[in-house]
Design a protein around this ligand. Structure first.
Ligand code: PMT
Length: 418
């Protein structure tokens, strides 16, 4: 079969300038054996190690290595390549490459594609072990992981420089296994054609013109979910409380402030929604009245009368012919018990039990979840929120297709998610 004819996942393989680049033609061969279409993009450094002709021979595609190539830009430009890819895999990824990506640089074709793509990015680093351990490299790795990039390796062992330590690129077969073991990432269209409404962040309930009741939600988890759902092919509407985050590219954000505004805004959008994910930390209570002027500190004591806010999630779950509903339950104790109570009490399809503690919950970079539904439970171990969001979206897509039938959207991935 010609490499251009088949329907396998489209992998854009970036090769950067490390000695491990000699293994990358073998990686191309193995990816193609598994049914992938592979487009190689090389950096200037990579060409010092392996000839583009080698990659052209194994991939049956012209290698791209120059952002200033006017002929190639006229045919399949960097934006087109960025859109073409189901996955961007960079192997080897040098320290320089990680630094460029972490800082959003676009000084060559590969880094420009990485900025312009909405496809998941996987990185197989390769460098000297002292470089790998350098705080700058580790900080870049952490930042990239927070944004959803997945690191494959490096392995520990003897290095080209003669020293021992972490920094060896994984073997091609290990990289291929990792790429194909997460089909949710490759079948990144698991929510194609669906509309997903997601709530995120806190709400603010005004007391007077300068004070409000709120909570510690940063919006990071909800925004990560919006990004992951968008990457999975969905149209995403993000109804967001006040947070200091930029909406992910391609996501429609509706900014709200109070629980009542969130309720109204969600109900305006919900008619077209196939899925609803309530990740917001909505204020359960709001001040009964809002003072028109700033309250003065004259009284020795004062009390604030609060009334219950409308429950957006429960109201969406109660709709006739409503969307598939997923809630979150952030708890400090008896997490699973409370979450199960909310699963049935609010009548939702799935509930993500979210322990609040060190490195998980409100305003943390990482999180962990136990996802519950009637007759099922899956643990999603601690990970950066971007990564966890991808796993949760894969699981939601799987449950959605199982419950609503295969004609409701893109095919199931059948991925066991844990
Ligand atoms: O924003 P981050 O800093 O990243 O933190 C993420 C998070 C911890 C806020 C998030 O992962 C999370 O757990 N969100 C739910 C917070 C919560 O405490 O929810 P709850 O137990 O009060 O409510 C249960 C569910 O009902 C939630 O889906 C909530 O969105 C929804 N709800 C609650 C009250 C209300 N009036 N309307 C609602 O829709």
């Amino acid at each position: 079969m010609n490499a251009h004819d088949h329907k396998g996942p489209k992998i854009l393989l970036g090769v950067t300038g490390g000695v491990a680049a000699y293994k990358s033609p073998e990686l191309v061969r193995r990816l193609i054996e598994q049914g992938a279409q592979v487009q190689v993009v090389m950096t200037r450094g990579a060409r010092e190690f392996v000839s583009p002709l080698t990659f052209q021979a194994v991939s049956s595609r012209r290698v791209r290595d120059d952002i200033w190539d006017s002929e190639a830009e006229a045919a399949m430009g960097h934006i087109e390549l960025a859109r073409w890819a189901d996955l961007v895999l960079i192997a080897p990824a040098t320290a320089h490459c990680l630094g460029s990506l972490a800082n959003g640089l676009a000084d060559d074709l590969l880094s420009t594609i990485c900025l312009a793509t909405t496809a998941p990015i996987m990185l197989a680093p390769a460098m000297n072990h002292v470089m790998w351990r350098h705080p700058a490299v580790q900080a870049n790795k952490q930042l990239l992981e927070q944004r959803g990039a997945r690191f494959l390796g490096p392995a520990t062992g003897s290095q080209a420089c003669g020293e021992e330590g972490p920094g060896r690129m994984l073997e091609p077969e290990q990289i291929v296994a990792a790429v194909f073991e997460e089909p949710a990432r490759l079948a990144s269209q698991s929510l194609k054609g669906l509309t997903v409404v997601i709530t995120a962040g806190p709400t603010r309930e005004p007391i007077d013109p300068v004070r409000y009741v709120t909570n510690r939600s940063s919006g990071k988890m909800g925004y990560a979910l919006a990004h992951a759902a968008q990457q999975a092919g969905a149209r995403v509407v993000l109804v967001s409380g006040p947070v200091a985050l930029t909406p992910p590219p391609g996501v429609e954000r509706v900014a709200v402030e109070t629980a009542e505004e969130m309720y109204a805004s969600v109900h305006e959008q919900i008619g077209t929604a196939d899925l609803f994910i309530g990740c917001a930390a909505v204020s359960d209570y709001r001040p009964q009245s809002r003072a028109a002027q700033k309250i003065k500190r004259n009284a020795e004591e004062m009390s604030l009368a609060l009334v219950r806010s409308p429950d957006t999630l429960a109201s969406v779950a109660a709709l006739d012919d409503g969307p598939f509903t997923v809630g979150f339950a952030a708890e400090t104790q008896d997490v699973i018990g409370h979450a199960r109570g909310k699963l049935t009490g609010k009548g939702v399809d799935m509930m993500a039990a979210n322990l609040v503690g060190p490195r998980c919950g409100f305003d943390q970079e990482t999180n962990e979840l136990t996802v519950l539904w009637n007759g099922g439970e899956v643990q999603l171990d601690q990970a950066p929120k971007a990564m966890l969001a991808q796993r949760l979206i894969a699981l939601i897509a799987e449950r959605f297709h199982a419950v609503r039938g295969s004609d409701s959207a893109a095919p199931q991935t059948g991925t066991p998610v844990s």
